[in-house]
Write a protein that binds this ligand. Structure first.
Ligand SMILES: C=C(O[C@@H]1C=C(C(=O)O)C=C[C@H]1O)C(=O)O
Length: 453
């Protein structure tokens, strides 16, 4: 590994010098599976993803693509296209392995960041893992970090990764603060309903936060391990910027692109799980039969269908939604799929740009709802409800909508949850729904087995 990686680093340095712009060197090779594949300590550039049968763990940044504003997706797309085109690749590993990872802010403010990790391991449910090492060669200074050092760090990092996660221990003494208070938030829901009834918009997704002060910082590897085990059917993710890590377990896929096909998901409407079998079956039937829930989800499906139709042939969306059962809640959902008309020019980041924010996290009509939301919500969502995911060198990839999540900063965790408000929404029920959506993260952080508060 050292020799091959060093060789392509030297080649990248020479090409950067000739071309007068930075060049990436990316080495890929198969390694034995790493079990469990979890971060031990968070680093600047920690990225974790566990979805379907793919797990990714990455550390550090060889190159970073920060962006902000309404053109943030196109900016990153252009920068990645340039980097991928000039990249010096090497090694026998799979060329379709994720190469660029990160997250975009929900809104136009700063904070979107995608990066090429220095070290990345990706593995499917079966078979070997792929290790990717990356370095950036600068036209003047050559390779920024010594190639042998990156390889050595990868080896020692992998050795440390195979630490067994600590079993969850009940946490006592955590202090929980609601932001805003329950009363204030319910008043906001009532105001949103007023605007909907006055015809200003038909749906808006209103969020709130919980600030949890823990007695000590949570163990990231243990937290992710708990979420993977406790939240089947979700994508478990983490992205670290250095001191802070954003993590969660989301049921919502924004879009996946593979083999010239795009798949997105219309997810909306929420009811709790029942405590007995009969109760649970009744709630499932209620969700499927409820006109308000159906309307709420149809708004999302229509938007997704229209957005895919702009760049895809054969767009398919079922007439009837299905029920997605999660441990604490259930939602209505439909898969929306299409064949990309021109895969050369339409990559996963182009689809992310077309789709975000869907009415599942923003509102409808988009501009009217978001205009009101920006003033009403009164906090910066940051990465919450934004796109998080990965891209490969061929512009395929997978992005989730970062829900059921928390921003971890030392011993303080800020949790986020939002609800789609439509005509007839009841503030009390919406408030109860936020507690159900806080539950997966709250339980994982506190190891509390209790019901919603
Ligand atoms: C906004 C969230 O979830 C979204 C809103 C839903 C709803 O309003 O019922 C359901 C699923 C998600 O699309 C969240 O979990 O924070």
């Amino acid at each position: 590994m050292h020799a091959g990686f060093e060789e392509i680093c030297a080649k990248a340095a020479a090409e950067a010098g000739n071309a007068g712009h930075p060049v990436l060197a990316v080495w890929r090779e198969e390694i034995e599976r790493v079990e469990p594949l979890l971060p031990s300590t968070p680093s600047r550039g920690t990225f974790f993803w566990s979805s379907g049968d793919l797990t990714i763990l990455a550390m550090d940044r060889a190159a970073a693509f920060p962006a902000e504003g309404p053109n943030r997706f196109a900016e990153v797309r252009r920068a990645w296209e340039r980097a991928a085109r000039t990249m010096v690749g090497g090694g026998p590993g799979d060329r379709a392995t994720p190469a660029l990872v990160g997250a975009f802010s929900f809104g136009d403010g700063p904070g979107s960041l995608m990066w090429v990790p220095r070290v990345l391991v990706a593995q499917r449910a079966r078979g070997p893992a792929t290790l990717c090492l990356a370095a950036r060669a600068d036209p003047v200074h050559g390779v920024e970090d010594d190639a042998a050092r990156t390889a050595w760090r990868a080896v020692s990092w992998l050795a440390n990764t195979v630490v067994r996660p600590c079993p969850p221990l009940p946490v006592t003494g955590a202090v929980i603060e609601e932001l805003p208070t329950a009363g204030e938030w319910k008043a906001m829901v009532a105001r949103a309903v007023g605007h909907i009834e006055a015809g200003r918009f038909s749906k808006v997704v209103l969020a709130r936060r919980l600030r949890v002060r823990l007695p000590y910082p949570p163990d990231l590897g243990g937290l992710l391990h708990t979420l993977v085990g406790a939240q089947p059917g979700t994508t478990v993710f983490a992205a670290g910027t250095g001191t802070r890590t954003f993590a969660g377990a989301t049921p919502e896929r924004l879009v996946a692109v593979r083999g010239g096909r795009a798949e997105t998901m219309s997810l909306a409407a929420t009811l709790p799980r029942g405590s007995t079998g009969g109760d649970d079956a009744r709630l499932r039937a209620e969700l499927l039969g409820d006109a308000k829930c159906r309307r709420e989800q149809a708004i999302v499906t229509d938007m997704l269908r229209g957005a895919l139709a702009g760049v895809c042939h054969e767009v398919e969306a079922p007439d009837e939604p299905e029920v997605l059962d999660l441990p604490h809640v259930r939602h209505l959902h439909s898969r929306v799929r299409g064949r990309i008309a021109d895969p050369e020019t339409t990559g996963v980041l182009d689809l992310v740009e077309r789709l975000h924010p869907t009415p599942a996290v923003g509102g409808h009509p988009r501009e009217e709802a978001l205009g009101w939301l920006r003033a009403a919500e009164r906090f910066d969502r940051g990465w919450y409800s934004g796109p998080i995911g990965w891209v490969n060198a061929g512009h395929e990839g997978d992005f989730a909508v970062a829900l059921r999540s928390a921003l971890l900063d030392g011993a303080v965790a800020t949790l986020f949850a939002g609800c789609g408000i439509v005509a007839g929404s009841d503030p009390e029920r919406e408030l109860a729904e936020t507690w159900l959506k806080f539950r997966p993260m709250l339980s994982a952080l506190l190891d509390d087995q209790g019901g919603p508060r």
